[in-house]
Design a protein around this ligand. Structure first.
Ligand code: UD1
Ligand code: UDP
Length: 368
């Protein structure tokens, strides 16, 4: 089969790498398209190296913009790829603008599209990703889910059950496959850190970083937590831009002393850093899942999560966005220490194989 997979933004690479590898291993024509939604070397190219991904067959170079601009640029460029390639199936992953744009192109051209990580719902439409998830799932012909709660969300929205395939968490395929390799990273030496003696931070949700007062409040909470446990903050470009703007306005937002702010890290460096940390503070979707698998306490700086399985079966705590509450939950997590639990069902590193099984059965007409 000719299967075209789409990557665009940082969290897409680790979800697509295992799939492309498995499709190629089984002799399928696996094409890889990069929309260019993320384009900095440390938000894109480094993941190709770290994850051993092939060079993309096409790079659409859409870059940044408003939601409409970015989505429209992906749609315009990807439509041409679809016309040219006429794939048997297109696979989109996650919930970024590239996911939605490519799914919409497929649907309009009546070409089949599969969604990996279907059925996640925060029930918060102020979050751009929620719109992307809802629309992509309505359009998808095959919906691959990572948890039973995602299956239930889809069924409740009227998605026919025969389209829904519970296959597990493909992000964990990349994590499990690279954890050993990541131990060769010298990131701890570079930062003069010893295992278990620090926490890791990421923040990039517009609701947390775009408003200067909200960002400053959260930076204050981070500084207070850092007084108890040194924190390393891998700073997303959106957030770096906002911190720089705040600084110009004279708002103290920078890292100092025990709060170290770094540019985004490559996958292997970041994986090693996170796996050796004592605590993670984040608003990332992927980190909530990775910490659950690693058994690292995670404090999620959001009012809701589309990944409740990381709370019920994992190590995640939902703090909301009140700085005092973030600090309180972080200190509580530190007191209680790690809570090693069994990973959720099918977060076992074998999800890509199960997805390709379904794709092959679907291609052979054995499932609708
Ligand atoms: C996007 C996704 C979000 C995902 C996140 C992962 C959407 C709507 N949002 O958010 O779901 O969690 O990626 O990281 O798709 N920028 C750079 N260099 C880059 C990329 C971005 O400087 O390589 C800066 C630009 O100023 C840009 C801003 O970051 O305007 C935001 O980028 P964008 O892709 O629009 O959204 P993210 O916040 O990255
Ligand atoms: N990640 C990384 N380097 C970093 C920060 C994150 O490699 O400096 C990885 C992280 O391990 C996870 C993915 O990027 O695999 C999560 O991406 P992000 O938080 O940008 O997006 P989200 O999951 O929130 O959509």
């Amino acid at each position: 089969m000719k299967v075209l997979s789409v990557v665009g933004a940082r969290p897409n690479f680790m979800k697509v790498a295992p799939l492309v590898k498995e499709l190629s291993r089984r002799g399928h024509q696996a094409l890889l398209i990069h929309t260019g939604q993320h384009y900095d070397e440390n938000m894109s190219k480094v993941f190709f190296q770290d994850l051993g991904m092939p060079r993309p067959d096409a790079y659409l170079g859409v870059g940044s913009g408003t939601h409409a601009e970015q989505t429209a640029r992906v749609m315009t460029a990807f439509e041409k790829i679809l016309e040219q390639e006429r794939p048997d199936l297109t696979v989109v992953v996650g919930d970024v603008n590239s996911t939605l744009a490519c799914a919409l192109d497929c649907a309009k051209l009546r070409l089949p599209v599969a969604h990996v990580e279907a059925g996640l719902r925060s029930r918060d439409r102020a979050m751009p990703e929620e719109i992307n998830r809802l629309v992509t799932d309505v359009l998808a012909d095959l919906l691959f889910t990572h948890s039973r709660e995602a299956d239930e969300n889809l069924k409740a929205e009227g998605i026919p059950p025969e389209k829904i395939h519970f296959v597990g968490n493909i992000m964990i395929d990349s994590l499990a496959a690279n954890l050993e390799k990541a131990r060769n990273s010298d990131i701890l030496d570079r930062l003069s850190l010893s295992p278990g003696s620090f926490g890791v931070v990421t923040l990039h949700r517009p609701s947390n970083v775009d408003d200067p007062a909200v960002l400053e409040g959260l930076m204050g909470a981070l500084r207070r937590v850092a007084a108890r446990l040194p924190l390393v903050f891998s700073c997303h470009p959106r957030t770096a831009k906002r911190l720089a703007e705040n600084k110009k306005r004279g708002i103290s937002t920078g890292g100092d002393g025990a709060l170290t702010i770094l540019p985004p890290l490559g996958y292997l460096d970041f994986l090693h850093l996170m796996s050796q940390s004592r605590l993670v503070l984040t608003d990332s979707g992927g980190l909530q899942e990775e910490t659950t698998w690693l058994g690292i306490p995670c404090v999620t700086i959001r009012k809701n999560t589309e990944r409740p399985v990381t709370i019920t079966e994992g190590t995640n705590r939902l703090a909301g966005t009140d700085p005092a509450r973030v600090e309180e939950l972080a200190l509580q997590a530190l007191e209680e220490g790690p809570a090693r639990k069994e990973p959720p069902p099918l977060w076992d590193g074998k999800t890509a194989g199960r997805i390709v099984d379904v794709i092959e059965a679907w291609g052979a007409g054995r499932i609708p």
